[in-house]
Design a protein around this ligand. Structure first.
Ligand SMILES: Cc1ncc(COP(=O)(O)O)c(C=O)c1O
Length: 392
């Protein structure tokens, strides 16, 4: 099919939920992705913070090929070695005790909500989950209820009850919302979709203290901030504030769909056989992808790389403020970076795309950069050159 035909088939038959750019991608290599006509794009979006190894990384391709030639699917009624390898790896990296494997971020959140509710039930009949305004936790009904943005709730009433929202980084509001019905506090260490807003250490500490003093659970949603992107395997490791439950997804499979819930033994003790499940979750291909991503990320020290290159890139982005006074702030951690401007960012994103750079705008005015972690300084320099032209 030619480009125009592909776009018209998708526009005609796909559910009209996405606002898409008129580009048809065909193949990728490293930090570069090519469209169907062979035009090259520098990818500083990585499919929404997913492809940390870049496109077609040989280790990931080999792991998927090897596993698909051996066994693509079985069920959780049986064991596989590759699942054991992944579970062990996640436990070692996080210091948490238990893992449940799902297929997406939303699904991991959905499971985390169930764990919190079950724990609450067994610990005084508590059910309320406090999350933050401006958060994003996913699109299924539980995850939607946890998401503190009314625009995502609209049209889907009645929204699941038992959720309360407080201003992000407002410790006093969190303290006053927390009561004896609260079973969990759910937070992103960096609000991603909300505009790359970092949690203050003091706010996370308040949440952790409230939870530990009142036998409630601290849940960190690391779906966007986790897996080496922030400069540590998980963003909470910058603060040393360990959650009871953590959700991860996105970068975990390097592009292969997988999500995970990790928790401590205290949480696991509240769960009974049959409480949760999944046909595909923890399947051999997804596990092979994730093991390969985590091994490669460790081998290439992608956490250190994200930290160093993130610092370099933030410096370069801040330099742009001199020429472009409409840039308000550059913020983020590692290679999860937001540049807030005082106008709608979609025109900048469109212009950059025309010039061969993929970036994205979130929360209307925040240009988001979440490139593959395998990029080099030369990629950052090239990105800055195209971005400058686009900003002009
Ligand atoms: C912090 C956070 N939680 C949950 C989700 C939902 O993940 P998924 O799109 O894989 O369902 C996202 C997706 O952007 C996210 O950024």
């Amino acid at each position: 099919m030619k480009k125009e035909e592909i776009i018209s088939v998708v526009e005609k038959h796909y559910l009209p939920v996405f606002t898409r750019q008129p580009v048809v991608f065909d193949r990728g290599q490293g930090a570069v992705i090519y469209d169907i006509d062979g035009k090259e794009y520098l990818d500083f979006f990585a499919g929404i913070a997913v492809s940390i190894l870049g496109h077609n990384h040989p280790a990931l391709v080999a792991a998927l090929s090897r596993q698909s030639a051996k066994l693509i699917h079985t069920t959780n009624i049986f064991y596989t070695e590759i699942q054991a390898n992944l579970v062990k790896k996640l436990v070692d990296l996080s210091g948490l005790d238990r893992v449940f494997l799902a297929n997406s971020g939303t699904e991991a959140i959905e499971g985390a909500i169930k764990l919190a509710r079950k724990y609450g039930l067994k610990n005084g009949g508590k059910f309320k989950i406090i999350s933050a305004l401006n958060s994003f936790h996913g699109r299924t009904l539980g995850a939607l209820a946890a998401t503190g943005q009314v625009k995502y709730h609209k049209g889907f009433d009645p929204i699941l009850s038992g959720f309360e929202y407080v201003d992000f980084n407002d410790s006093a509001a969190l303290k006053s919302a927390f009561d004896d019905e609260t079973c969990a506090v759910l937070l992103e260490p960096i609000q991603g979709e909300g505009g790359i807003i970092e949690a203050h250490e003091e706010f996370l500490k308040t949440a952790a203290d409230l939870c530990s003093q009142n036998n409630a659970l601290l849940i960190f949603d690391e779906i966007q901030s986790g897996i080496f992107r922030s400069g540590k395997p998980f963003c909470w490791q910058h603060f040393g504030i360990k959650p009871d439950i953590m959700t991860i997804a996105k970068a975990l499979g390097g592009g292969f769909p997988i999500g995970a819930i990790l928790c401590n033994e205290k949480v696991a003790a509240a769960i009974d056989k049959g409480d949760h499940g999944s046909t595909f979750g923890g399947g051999p291909l997804a596990c092979a992808a994730a093991v390969s991503v985590l091994d490669t990320a460790e081998e290439l020290k992608l956490d250190k790389k994200a930290q160093e290159l993130g610092g370099y890139m933030m410096g370069k982005l801040r330099d742009l403020k001199k020429e472009f006074p409409f840039i308000k702030e550059v913020r983020g951690k590692g290679l999860l970076i937001g540049m807030e401007i005082d106008k709608d960012g979609s025109a900048v994103v469109k212009k950059a795309l025309e010039k061969g750079l993929i970036i994205n705008c979130t929360s209307t005015k925040v240009i988001r950069f979440c490139p593959p972690l395998i990029i080099g300084k030369e990629d950052v320099d090239k990105m800055i050159t195209i971005l400058k032209e686009s900003l002009r």
